[in-house]
Write a protein that binds this ligand. Sequence first.
Ligand SMILES: C[S@@+](CC[C@H](N)C(=O)[O-])C[C@H]1O[C@@H](n2cnc3c(N)ncnc32)[C@H](O)[C@@H]1O
Length: 264
Amino acid sequence: MTRMYQYRLPFLRGELADLPERLTLKDLMPLDHYHYCGTAAIDLAIERLKVTPESQILDIGAGVGGTARYLAQRVGCPVTGLELQPQLCQMAGELTERTGLSERVKFIQGDILEGITGQFDAWLSLLVFLHIPERKTLFSQCAAVLKPGGRFYIEDYVQLQPLNPKEQGTLAQMVACPELPFIPAYQQHLEQAGFGHIAWENVTPLWQDWVQQRLMQFQHKQEHYRQKHGDDLVQSYLNFYQAVADLFSGGNLGGVRMWGQLLP
Ligand SMILES: C[S@@+](CC[C@H](N)C(=O)[O-])C[C@H]1O[C@@H](n2cnc3c(N)ncnc32)[C@H](O)[C@@H]1O
């Protein structure tokens, strides 16, 4: 996990050096979004979770908080972000302070597998569960943080066809993703934890294009980035973006959006 993210904070700090102290969300995008398809992905989550200004929302695996800030600003609701890695959690708090959203957006450093106190109207989790193979504990903790009837929304990796050993190795070593379910098993794990009314959407073609575009845009700006951030950091990004683009283009790795409710 740490290996996957160790270059992200130095890059973010380097980019922040050119930005004013007081930040808008637009200044930060896409720097503070570690999921795919930017704010469009969050807009869809807001719709499917039926978020209102009164909703109490939990963002599981909040990264540096881009999702939580956007959601709170767009809808006006309070959002709590839970983030495992202390440095990312601290950065999430700093960026939130600098965007003037600290009243509505809070971050807790912790592991979803250990649970958190409090109950929420809904949670979302964008590209986080691929890092967590302990699905039974994961989804029972995810159920415990929801009020009865509360809603959830997930974006995640899945296997569409069996991953070959090379793909499994790349996922484990470069993406900190040790194993992945197929969609029916995923749904079953959620049901076993008490979730129901589950719907899902296969977003593999969308993500195949998006990760390819991300790679090409980074390659296009690589000379600029090399001068600013140094060769090692840029090479880490290129390797990671290339590996993910290759994995998706192989057709065995897929992307899914899933949403539903905790049954009363
Ligand atoms: C790909 S990033 C996505 C971040 C964020 N959801 C976003 O869209 O920008 C995955 C995040 O999940 C966090 N994470 C992984 N396992 C976690 C766990 N067990 N509990 C809480 N956070 C976790 C990682 O530290 C990382 O910040």
